[in-house]
Write a protein that binds this ligand. Sequence first.
Ligand code: IPD
Ligand code: CA
Length: 288
Amino acid sequence: MSSTAPDLRFPDDALAATLEALAAEVARSAGRLVVDERPDAVEVSATKSSATDVVTVMDQRSQDHLIARLREARPDDAVLGEESGGAAGTSGITWVIDPIDGTVNYLYGIPAYAVSVAAVVGDPTTHGAWRPFVGAVFNPVTDELYLARAGGGSRVVLAGGVERELSPTACDELGQALVGTGFGYAAERRDRQGRLLLDLLPQIRDIRRIGSAALDLCAVGAGTLDAYYETGLNPWDLAAGWLIATEAGAKVGGFGGPGAELTWACTPGLEPAFPDLVEAGTERHLRG
Ligand code: IPD
Ligand code: CA
């Protein structure tokens, strides 16, 4: 049976550059909001998939802020966000946003959370049917802004405005690889993720669980991790980081692309060993 392939052509570079600047601006302003107005005691306002999958008042406020700014600048684009709300559009471009990626870190005051903003083509609610062409990930505590647009490379703007191009590490041995990962919120998924981790641990240098998938993907692009994998990510966790890592020269994939059951990212020297390892392990523990 044949199906119509989705139209995943990117807009021209002039528009992409304009949208990259917009993504940078809104990610920064939402990031400042969550830091400047962080209550002394951050409280959980709701739970989602499990009792530990939390939303704070600031997740919702950050998302509302992002949607308002994006709709003002680009009224015809759609918006898909992690929290409630969102908007339909007619332009064929969707903003995929995570208002605080690393909400548990935010709750505890651990300085590893980010606002993630991506512009994508295709349908981000269908696995494999969309691609990011602009991405911005802003850590408001360290004041680091990761940016990319398709074909334009990726860079980080450090506190004080210094810019650096990103590039992944030269690691080419699994046994030397420092690997980031993360775990979902549902107990059953965590049980299977734990078994996959047990398989991997003896074969790599070590594991880091930073607590923000967006920052993990940027870290592979920036060369502060050699590789990263996680099962069960949503489009808002990975959209901007996927592009930032890829444009830095890292490899990113999964079964039929990142998302759904598996997202992996690694420096080129770890391909195919790293994807083979995590894909086989995921088949064994998550699909079997
Ligand atoms: C979570 C973080 C975490 C990852 C989880 C995500 P949230 O996003 O990215 O690192 O392990 O899978 O759900 O809930 O903090 O936006
Ligand atoms: Ca997230």
